[in-house]
Design a protein around this ligand. Structure first.
Ligand SMILES: [Mn+2]
Length: 249
């Protein structure tokens, strides 16, 4: 699948739009600079969720902003670099606009990915493993077609304002809070261990926790968390042999 000079990249949790337009724009420019820097070697790009702090696909209206990022991603697509987009808990209302307009392939659940010799399980990481019961209930409401239909009929200026207030409320990261890795108590570590009982995976790659870490589950399997672009500016790269967790600048 991979030629020696080409690499496959993974990043998540840009949370564009938060906490406000000017702070988000600085982050967006950084993401775009990173994308430009990797483009010559990029064989495929995996965006692993929460790219936007809030997104909703209306039928005929596009949320304002993010033009630099979307333009850069359009270039990726147009030049034949596939972009795989996983919805996160903040942007699960990406429906078919990015697919139609930018040629992304959209995923709503974790998938298995074979990279050369490596068998990987990748996803955003929300609502996996034990616990997080409240969120799992809430996600059912958010994914409910009738709820989505009703939200679509709220004027976007009002709907997006409500959603942003709600989204910021749940996000301590914007307040300079940095999440701490809980080791074996991490739900995603527990989820990975449970999956390993069924089958071997070399790598689990998730976002969601905003903690850049490459954690050995045993001597053959690792759990990578991609970190975020609020505090860490981290991403993962498959170089044809192994997967590294790297930091931009
Ligand atoms: Mn996130």
């Amino acid at each position: 699948m991979s030629s020696p000079s080409k690499h496959i990249y993974f990043a998540s949790d840009f949370h564009l739009g938060a906490p406000d337009h000017s702070a988000s724009l600085i982050r967006e420019r950084k993401v775009v600079a990173w994308l430009k820097s990797i483009k010559p070697q990029c064989e495929a790009l995996y965006l692993m969720g929460d790219v936007f702090d809030f997104w909703f696909d209306y039928k005929t209206v596009v949320p304002t902003g993010y033009t630099r990022l979307l333009g850069q991603l359009a270039d990726f697509s147009d030049e034949g670099i596939p972009v795989f987009y996983f919805t996160g808990n903040h942007d699960m209302w990406v429906f078919d606009y990015f697919e139609k307009e930018l040629g992304f392939k959209i995923f709503r659940k974790p998938i298995e990915l074979q990279l050369g010799q490596l068998n990987c399980l990748i996803g955003h990481g929300d609502g996996l493993g034990p616990g997080d019961k409240n969120y799992k209930r809430l996600k059912k409401v958010f994914q409910n077609k009738i709820c989505q239909f009703l939200f679509r009929w709220i004027h976007p200026d009002i709907g997006i304002r409500i959603a942003r207030t709600w989204s910021m409320h749940g996000n301590r990261q914007y307040l300079g809070h940095v999440e701490r890795f809980l080791g074996e108590n991490e739900w995603l570590v527990q989820y990975a261990r449970q999956k390993l009982r069924e089958k071997h995976y070399d790598y689990f790659i998730f976002g969601h926790r905003h903690i850049p870490i490459n954690y050995p589950l045993n001597n053959k399997s690792n759990y990578i968390n991609l970190g975020d672009w609020i505090n860490h500016f981290t991403y993962a790269k498959y170089n044809g042999e192994t997967i590294e967790l790297l930091q931009y600048e």
